[in-house]
Design a protein around this ligand. Structure first.
Ligand SMILES: [Zn+2]
Length: 97
C-alpha cells in the first residue's frame, strides 16, 4: 500500500488543546471536548462538572440579588405608607414637618 495520500490534519491540530497538568508535569495535548476547556480524561467528559450557570447551591432564592432588591423596595413602600398614615391621623404635627 502506497502512502502518498496527503492527509488534511490542519483543522484537527488547530482545535483547542486540554492543557491540564499531567503527571509528567507537561500540559496535556489531547483535544478539549467541544464546548469545554478540558479533554475527556481531565474533567471534560459528558456529565461531569457543574451545570452551566452553576445552580448547585441554589435552594429557594431568598438571598438572590433580585429577592434582596425586592424586599428593600417593599420596605421603602411600607415606610412611605406609614409616614402618610401618621400625617393623616395627626395633621397638625404632620403639617409642620
Ligand atoms: Zn487532558
Amino acid at each position: 500500500m502506497a502512502h502518498n495520500h496527503k492527509r488534511n490534519v490542519g483543522p484537527m491540530l488547530a482545535s483547542p488543546r486540554c492543557g491540564a497538568r499531567t503527571r509528567r508535569g507537561t500540559p496535556c495535548r489531547a483535544p478539549s471536548v467541544s464546548g469545554r476547556r478540558r479533554c475527556r480524561m481531565h474533567g471534560g467528559a459528558f456529565g461531569s462538572g457543574a451545570p452551566m450557570g452553576n445552580k448547585n447551591a441554589f435552594k429557594h432564592g431568598t438571598y438572590t440579588r433580585e429577592a434582596i432588591e425586592q424586599r428593600f423596595e417593599l420596605r421603602k413602600h411600607i415606610e412611605d405608607v406609614e409616614k402618610l398614615l401618621s400625617n393623616l391621623t395627626s395633621p397638625s404635627s404632620g403639617a409642620d414637618q
